[in-house]
Design a protein around this ligand. Structure first.
Ligand code: ADP
Ligand code: MG
Length: 372
């Protein structure tokens, strides 16, 4: 199903089919014996961009390597459309999986032309066919004019697109990208991210994009899977993870928070920022952790629920960060407000807390919980 639009600047050629990639109860340990992945079950749906998010060392790269066939899992199965590609007694070699991989550092060969770099993985084709397919992939990323040039003449963002073209050239059913933007400076990142997303949509490949940056995951992913210590903590859309985090770890990964400990009394938790309702799952007397997002502070000079004294202010352009001393709190509160809401000399102010920016969790309820 190779659909090409005549005359369009970029070729909108697709992959041969839209694929579903599933991990089923994947366990993995390296030779050191430490468990890297512990029972990961996750499905990337056909054509979706699934972001695999997690702190450094959480097992993201290992999971991609298992899907690509360059690392065997200890147990569990990897299934591509109904077919088991890795499981008990089955191990399809990487070149037979129809899975492309873009590494963190692009890894272009400096002594090969851009075209030869893209053509590198097309060994099954005749030289003319390989050249043709490589040119199609280069057109798709808008770099056909550079076919004969060498990597060093390209910017970081363009090199990243060549790496993408190389991975797309064999028309993989699934594309895996391991922190593909981490080598780019922050000004470039936004535009390269947007371009990459466009190209992924056009190619219609199912993509799993690894990142340790929650904002990047929210910008790119149709869904996000959050990994911690080799376990999936939560899978869902950006809104689901931001608004309904399964636990404190998820909440803290998606937004900066102030944390308090409190016991449930009459269905409420009491903090220096006020009393808030506890979720029904928390019984009377239960130990809770209350998270208040930095964005949840309304400030006013004349009136409000809680008095506060400004300890420090940091101007950040659109917003400013405040450190606030609040009666009854043993630490300063951190808040983020829009600039211009308080006069420069403001010192003693009033604050109100936005209820939707308060999240109440069972203390230490996390680690193993998965909510899909
Ligand atoms: P991430 O990509 O999320 O940073 P990795 O999958 O690279 O995480 O690593 C998961 C864990 O496995 C880490 O604790 C890491 O130190 C360990 N690890 C990674 N690669 C190897 C290896 N080749 N040998 C032994 N341990 C490894
Ligand atoms: Mg990694």
């Amino acid at each position: 199903m190779n659909v090409q639009k005549q005359g369009s600047a970029r070729v909108t050629a697709g992959v041969s089919f839209a694929a579903r990639l599933s991990f089923e109860d994947i366990f993995h340990s390296y030779a050191s014996g430490v468990e890297t992945l512990r029972g990961v079950s996750l499905t990337a749906e056909p054509g979706e961009v699934l972001c695999l998010l997690g702190p450094s060392g959480s097992g993201k790269t290992t999971l991609l390597r298992i899907a690509a066939g360059i690392e065997p899992q200890s147990s569990g199965r990897v299934v591509l459309n109904e077919r088991v590609i890795a499981g008990p007694g089955v191990f399809l070699p990487p070149e037979q999986r129809s899975i492309g991989l873009v590494f963190q550092d692009f890894a272009l060969f400096p002594h090969l032309t851009i075209l030869d770099n893209v053509r590198f993985g097309l060994t099954a084709l005749s030289p003319e066919e390989a050249r043709h397919e490589a040119m199609i992939a280069l057109e798709r990323v808008g770099l056909q004019a550079y076919a004969g040039a060498y990597p060093h003449v390209l910017s970081g963002g363009e090199q990243q697109r060549v790496a993408l073209a190389r991975a797309l050239a064999p028309r993989p059913a699934v594309l895996l990208m391991d922190e593909p933007f981490s080598g780019l400076d922050s000004r470039l990142k936004d535009s390269v991210r947007a371009e990459t997303l466009d190209i992924l949509r056009q190619s219609r490949a199912t993509a799993i994009v690894v990142t340790h940056d929650a904002e990047e995951a929210m910008r790119m992913g149709d869904r996000i899977a959050l990994l911690k210590d080799g376990r999936l903590v939560q899978v869902g859309t950006a809104e689901e993870l931001y608004q309904h985090p399964a636990n404190l770890f998820v909440a803290g990964f998606f937004s900066e928070i102030n944390e308090f400990e409190a016991a449930v009394e009459n269905g409420m938790v009491e903090t220096p920022l006020g009393r808030f309702p506890a979720p029904e799952a928390l019984e009377e007397g239960a130990e809770a952790t209350v998270a208040v997002r930095l964005s949840g502070f309304l400030v006013n000079q004349d009136s409000g629920a809680i008095p506060a004294r400004i300890v420090s202010r940091r101007f950040l352009g659109v917003v400013e960060h405040l450190e606030l001393a609040v009666p009854g709190a043993d630490r300063n509160m951190r808040a983020r407000i829009r600039c211009g809401q308080l006069p420069p000399k403001a010192r003693d102010i009033w604050i109100d807390i936005v209820p939707s920016d308060v999240l109440v969790f069972t203390r230490q309820s996390f680690e193993t919980q998965t909510i899909v």
